[in-house]
Design a protein. Sequence first.
Length: 202
Amino acid sequence: MTLVIGLTGSIGTGKSTVAKMFKQLGIPVIDADEIARLVVEPGKEAYEKIVETFGEDILQKDRTLDRKKLGAIVFNDEEKRKQLNGIVHPAIRKEMLRQRDKYLQQHVPCVVLDIPLLYESKLEHFVDKVIVVKTSPEVQLERILARDDLSKEEALKRINAQIDVAKKAEWADAVIDNDGTIEETERQLKDILTRWHILTDE
């Protein structure tokens, strides 16, 4: 039996760091963000639908999507954002499930679905267990400001656009507190995987 783990958190909580740790342990990770880029490549069904819906103006010279232009359109228009999500989200889900099922057929002990908006998109039914990576609000804000070129106001807006990470932690099967060192985070992950019989006691 393959255990399917959903990995999520909020912007700036360090979910990508934990995803890397899974990979280092030899556990396959299916990354929703990576798939989101993949499904809108030229020639893909979602790409064709986007061009059909939004017109050729949103293409760059090499015919790839101009993400900035598209972002500017949908960011200011709720209706258009829904249209875009209606094209992209089903394509992402389909590809995630295709990859998940491929691993299930190989009977790997564990596979991770790295989905930033797992709870927002109500995708818990895709997985058996959920791990939430959380930090304190202060650390979260500090990390976003250090990493992304955003003002404090913009950073807070992005944090508030997602469900509060403390709320996600209440719903999760396991929580990794990522306020400390890399070693502490890794130890928590290994403890969870040992508890779930994916790793044996060292």
